[in-house]
Design a binder for this molecule. Structure first.
Ligand code: HEC
Length: 158
């Protein structure tokens, strides 16, 4: 596990260094060039968690378009009346929903919960889009700690 983490950190830095060396904002200590050519000497530092946050923009757009009218932009849900039907959308940020696995969340989207008023997204969202939504829920709504692994989640933002 420790070794895996170390490899992940080195990889993240090699990638970052490479990206930086492609911009005109070259890092002052020249670590970018070193990291991209020789990852063994890449500097050790905490994983840049802001990468994960930037990565959720697709999920956010989809969530706002598809889910927010019931679960609210904050994810906290509550009572909603839609087309004259009153329902109570679950709080996606609570501990119960944090414990749902990614697969379970995707299944909820695929099947919907017809009895309770949640529609099926089987024909509206691709599986990749559903995974983007799950990632957004994990990172921005549930504030699950990044870097991965998130508990119960296969989402691995990089
Ligand atoms: C029309 C309203 C509505 C929309 C739109 C909606 N939901 Fe829901 N959702 C609900 C309701 C109502 C429940 C609570 C069902 C219950 O009480 O069992 C729920 C429950 C859930 C749950 C919890 C299931 C569980 O077993 O704990 C998840 C996760 C969820 N929704 C995700 C989403 C996602 C992701 C989207 C967007 C792709 C979405 N919902 C869109 C109404 C909605």
């Amino acid at each position: 596990m420790k070794l895996k983490e170390t490899i992940f950190v080195i990889f993240a830095f090699a990638t970052l260094g490479f990206l930086y060396s492609c911009t005109n904002n070259a890092p002052s200590n020249n670590s970018g060039a070193t990291a991209s050519t020789n990852s063994a000497t890449a500097p050790k530092a905490p994983v840049n968690t802001s990468l994960a946050a930037e990565d959720t923009s697709t999920g956010r757009e989809l969530y706002v378009a598809q889910c927010a009218k019931c679960h609210k932009e904050s994810g906290e849900g509550g009572e909603v009346v839609l087309d004259g039907r009153k329902m109570k959308a679950d709080n996606l940020t609570d501990d119960r929903r944090k414990r749902l696995t990614d697969e379970k969340m995707i299944k909820v989207m695929v099947d919907g919960i017809p009895d309770e008023g949640m529609p099926s997204y089987k024909d509206k969202l691709s599986e990749a889009e559903m995974r983007e939504i799950v990632k957004y829920i994990r990172v921005d709504l549930q504030k699950m700690p990044a870097p991965p692994p998130y508990p119960n989640s296969t989402v691995q933002p990089q």
